[in-house]
Design a protein around this ligand. Sequence first.
Ligand code: PLP
Length: 401
Amino acid sequence: MDRTEQLIDLVEQYGAHNYHPLPVVLSKGQASKLWDVDGREYLDFLSCYGALNFGHQHPFLVSALKNQVDKLAVCSRAFYSEELCLFSKELADFCFLETALPMNSGVEAIESALKIARKWGYEHKGIAADEANIVTFENNFHGRTITVISFSTERDYRNGFGPFTPGFKTIPFADVNAVDAAIDANTVAVLMEPVQAEAGVIVPPAGYLAEVAKVCRHHNVLLILDEIQTGLARTGKNFCFEYENATPDLLVLGKALGGGLLPLSAVVARQTIMNVLGPGQHGSTFGGNPLACAVGRAVIHLLQEENLCERALHIGETIRVELSRAHLPVVREIRGMGALVGIELDKNAGGARQFCEQLATHGVLCKETRENVIRLAPPLIIEKHELAYGIEKVIQVLKRG
Ligand SMILES: *Cc1c(COP(=O)(O)O)cnc(C)c1O
């Protein structure tokens, strides 16, 4: 038995079984590369679902982390920290908004945005107590807390976890009229992903986001955009909403905001909206800790200094061109935006997972999303020859399908 098998046996016995990982046990990462406990080398084509836009152990981010860990890591929000003060302004500016509320995980920031939107509805729209509703979309993914799965349409995410939080309406994605029809006098917000990544990289038609923003404005309803996965250069712009000049009222960030080093999420909003929160009404012990804020500041700096958006576009374009040129019979459609790519396989191909398993044995790591879609999301710092190698392996494996 090799070390890989030993360790998997261990966690199968002592861990919870809420994931179904590929049988690879990683112990080291560097830029776009990973190594497992038996010394095998891999190329990372998943980037932790977008948390690793800058790759593993980016030297600039690691040095920001190390400097800060030697100074002050955690101090609670009972006091101000230098890093929190600076990060709040820098993040708000970077997002074309006015105020920022740092949290830890993505879903925690989503929950925070929902609380802010409801309170805004009661205070600014005069909605009767406990009557607020929020519009969400079929096939959404915003995380795993009970409130957030309350408006999921995935059976596995919900079954056995009720009772659920009321106050949500779920409508079809990519249909502007459905948004207009769903909004009523008690609607406070529309919560949307600009691209539905978990659902299989579903890209709505051009103009949709701008139209939704217009409908929201018309009805005095807040637009909450979940850019946890699409944000921070992944789709070829720092934010997906820039493609349509549709700056949201509340923007939710996570994943890459922590530089691939630690959890960091945030709600970024206009001041009049954020100001509905007063002392004692929301909080999180580790939210906005100095260590995370120092990394977040370094992430913003990196995004401003390096041309990661251009690289994202180049990566996505290269993948699409090469895969199309290979004329793979198992491939039904290649979708995506920038370096977020979904390869939808034929229903008869036997599911996407087996291809991801085969790819892992060829040294390329990626993961299926839903039954028949392979998601490719390489780190944006990936080298040309690494990208070419990874694509070659993807084509090789899919050719056999
Ligand atoms: C990952 C993700 C989340 C949840 O983030 P966690 O950090 O896992 O809680 C929410 N929304 C989208 C779009 C995501 O991709």
